[in-house]
Design a protein. Structure first.
Length: 96
């Protein structure tokens, strides 16, 4: 029973990491077309998305790889950077 539960958890982890990585790549491509976000945040999103997709492939090949931890930590850092950018944009918009 525990092996089945562990297998379901592993499958959901890999699927979630892959879907978030593809979504970040698409989000970064859209950010590159807007002048509000700028190129840095857009390229950061595209880079993290592509590296996350590669990490998901590595995780599929070697499930014992610690690359999932790196992937999750990079997602946390990206969301902090994007959140700070959105916060500063909202504060600048409120002042004008």
């Amino acid at each position: 029973m525990w092996q089945a539960i562990w297998g379901i958890f592993g499958a959901l982890l890999v699927t979630g990491l892959a879907m978030v990585a593809v979504g970040l790549t698409a989000l970064g491509a859209v950010m590159l077309g807007t002048p509000v976000f700028g190129n840095r945040v857009g390229w950061l999103s595209v880079t993290i998305g592509v590296l996350g997709t590669a990490a998901s492939v590595v995780l599929l090949i070697d499930p014992a790889s610690p690359i999932a931890v790196v992937n999750v930590l990079s997602l946390i850092v990206f969301h902090l950077v994007l959140g700070w950018k959105l916060f500063s944009l909202s504060r600048a918009r409120r002042e004008s």
